[in-house]
Every structure is written in C-alpha cells, then in structure tokens.
Design a protein around this ligand. Structure first.
Ligand SMILES: [Zn+2]
Length: 337
C-alpha cells in the first residue's frame, strides 16, 4: 500500500490486529556512552555506536529464559539477512554468558535491545536483547522475522525511524491516543514516559546529525494504526528490510572487493544509487571504497549526510520565508480592499 494514502475510515485501536500490541523498547536513552553522536540520512544511525567493519560479534542465549532450540534457531536463521547487507558476522557461541550480544526470551518483558556497541558496556551475563514474542512453534512467522530483524537493527546501530526529527513533516501524532493505547496493551503496561521515550519523542538535533524524509518502509519504523496520527495514515508492520535499510547497512559496513556479500546485488553502486548519493560525495566515497578504507568511507558518508541535512534545513527556511511573505501579501490585499 502507498504510505501517502490515508484510509477513508480510520480504524479504531480496539479493532486493531493483535500485532499492534507489540511495541519495541529502544534502550538508546539508557546507559548512553559519551561522545559525539552522528545520524545518517533517513535511516538513523549513531556513528559512535557502530561496530568496526568486518567484525565478528559473538551472540548467545542466557538465563533465566534462554529459549528452546526452535526459538534460538529462528534467531540464527533470520540474522543471516543482515549479514548479507552489512559486513558483520554473528557467531553464536554455546556459553551465552560470554557473548557480546546476550539474548533472552522472557515473554512478559517485551522486545528490546541496546544500540550497537553500547551492548559492550552492559555487565555480563545481563541480557542485552529480549524477544517477548518469538514462539516455539515450528514456522518462523512474518511477525517474528520482523521483530528479529528490528532488534538486530538496533544491535548494529540503528535507531527508531519513527522518532526522526523530521517526522513532523509527514506525521502529527495523536499523543493521548498512543499513551492510552500502550498503557492498555503492553505487557508489562507502559507508562506515559515509556510511550514518550519510545514512540512520541523525536531524537533531538544534538543526537542525530541528519534527518531527511522518514522512510515509512524501514524495518526500524513502527507500525502505526491510522488513529495514532492526525493524517490518518496507517503504517502496517514492516517485516523485511527496506531498500534504504539495505543501502545504509552496506555504506556503514561495506563489503570490499574480495569479501563480497553472498548476494551479487549488494554492492557499492547499488547502495549509492538507492541512497541517492551524487556528485563529489559519491566520487569521494567510491575512492575510499577502492582504497578499502572503511573508516574513510564512513566519514565521507557522514559528511554527505550532514550536508544533506544543511540543504534540507535551508530549503525549509526558504519555504517558511515564502509562506510568511505570502501571508503578509494576503493581509495587505485584504487591507487594500
Ligand atoms: Zn525498536
């Protein structure tokens, strides 16, 4: 469905399918590491929390609910999708307590994850990720696939797309509707503060250095019933990676020549095209790529993202000035009548 079209009749939250009751908690506000935080265009990433490129990250399952072999296998299988687009390896180790990403399946604890390398700051064997709704039934459902991709998106450094500082251009949230809803549906019930931190508040301009148009199809974007926003736009849950999710994964964690992804379509040209990087920035990124310098590539990509932000801010300022001028002209006309 097109994300631009509002349904004729907004559905009521009480009639929402069961998956609307599943909200993820992004622990980026907790145990924040210091230093500058950089965001990327559209898909929000904090550069200081990204892992080194090509790194093998150990993953394991921990008490009190390490999950059944079926639950564990679902996670192991689904994360391969991220490994296709980001040059990272998830190595599952038998003793979960020693792993860098420590997963549990506590049912009444929601689904959540720490962001990127922040997981390294959490004392072992404390969990760094939880799946509240990945079951032991044999088939991996689309919903389960979606939540595993989403939480691992956090684990490699992605923030919530629906909390982009530019969300307001497309969505105005009905805050009280959301607060009432999550207080009623989440297990355990969310407080107003939880709702504000994980859904309503946008990341501040100090937290992310770029915030272009929101990608409604990102795996990091929340589902949203139509009555959660003034525009009446329903955003169905995203259960696969969007083209921008994939492009940003590559540009932050590039596969260099000789370390290619298992998917031949995952490459530097397709990623730059999808992210719409042009001109000098594109040439500079390509140069870093040829040199095999991932730090340089990330730096060039961030520089491009910051410039895009500046251009977008300028365009908005111009349009605000034009609106103001038009309003003044309209008043002048009325007065002349
Ligand atoms: Zn989340």
């Amino acid at each position: 469905m097109s994300d631009e079209t509002a349904p004729q009749q907004p559905i009521s939250t009480d009639e929402n399918p069961e998956w609307y009751s599943h909200c993820c908690t992004d622990l980026s506000k907790v145990k924040r590491s210091g230093g500058r935080i950089d965001g990327m265009k559209a898909i929000l990433v904090t550069a200081s929390w990204l892992w080194d490129n090509g790194r093998t990250i150990t993953v394991g399952f921990v008490d009190p609910v390490p999950g059944t072999p079926v639950q564990q296998d679902k996670v192991k299988e689904v994360v391969k999708e991220w490994e296709k687009h980001a040059n990272l390896k998830f190595r599952f180790i038998p003793n979960g307590n020693d792993a860098e990403i420590r997963i549990g399946f506590r049912e009444k604890a929601g689904s959540w994850s720490y962001i990127g390398k922040v997981a390294l700051e959490i004392d072992k064997p404390e969990q760094t990720m939880n799946f509240g709704w990945v079951e032991s039934t044999p088939e991996t459902t689309a919903k389960e696939r979606g939540v595993i991709l989403h939480e691992f998106g956090h684990a490699i450094g992605y923030l919530h797309e629906h909390q982009s500082p530019r969300r307001g251009e497309r969505l105005t949230l009905n805050e009280q509707v959301i607060i009432d809803y999550v207080q009623r549906t989440q297990i355990p019930p969310w407080t107003e503060e939880d709702a504000r931190q994980n859904i309503i508040n946008v990341y501040s301009r100090a937290e992310v250095s770029n915030f272009s148009a929101v990608d409604f199809t990102s795996i990091m974007m929340y589902f949203m019933p139509a009555n959660w926003n003034v525009q009446g736009i329903e955003i169905p849950p995203n259960e696969s990676l969007s083209p921008l999710d994939k492009a940003y994964a590559f540009l932050n964690y590039p596969f260099f020549i000789g370390t290619a992804s298992s998917d031949p379509n995952v490459n530097i040209l397709n990623s730059l095209n999808t992210a719409k990087v042009t001109g000098t920035a594109r040439a500079n990124i390509a140069l870093e790529y040829i040199e095999g310098d991932w730090r340089g590539l990330r730096a060039e990509f961030t520089r491009w993202a910051v410039n895009q932000r500046a251009l977008s801010d300028r365009a908005q300022a111009v349009s605000r000035r034009e609106e103001a001028a038009a309003a003044v002209a309209a008043v002048a006309e009325v007065e002349a009548d």
